[in-house]
Design a protein around this ligand. Structure first.
Ligand code: 5GP
Ligand code: ZN
Length: 114
């Protein structure tokens, strides 16, 4: 059994509100949402950080982004806008070491981020 919490969500071993699932990607609601809509989009395969991606993963990363964009658009945030974020390692505040795209929407988001 994996010790990675997001691998376990992808395997259905830990419950999550699943928003999308296909052969390569799973999306689910963040447990501690930072906006009215806050989803995480992850590859099913374990990849720890963005630093660990290879050129062979380019299509996978594109898929993560497109799934995130589609989830936001399906909920009506396409015109108003939404934010997509990959945190990488300590300075960015990455706390779960399985690559995930945050998709945040439903409120005005400040810039620069904290
Ligand atoms: P990071 O800080 O690594 O960029 O983001 C990790 C995100 O995962 C956080 O927003 C946190 O709320 C979310 N998270 C951590 N554990 C769980 C969990 O068990 N289930 C879900 N749905 N989200 C989680
Ligand atoms: Zn994992």
């Amino acid at each position: 059994m994996s010790t990675c919490i997001f691998c376990r969500i992808a395997a259905g071993e830990i419950p999550a509100t699943i928003l999308h699932q296909d052969d390569e990607v799973v999306a689910f609601s963040d447990l501690t949402p930072q906006a009215p809509f806050h989803a995480l989009v992850i590859p099913k395969r374990h990849v720890s950080t963005l630093n660990d991606l290879a050129s062979a993963d380019d299509a996978l990363v594109g898929r993560l982004v497109r799934v995130g964009a589609t989830l936001a658009q399906e909920r009506g945030y396409g015109v108003r806008g939404y934010r997509t974020v990959f945190n990488c390692n300590a300075d960015a505040g990455q706390s779960v070491f399985h690559v995930h795209l945050h998709v945040l929407a439903g409120r005005s988001l400040t810039w620069p981020p904290g």
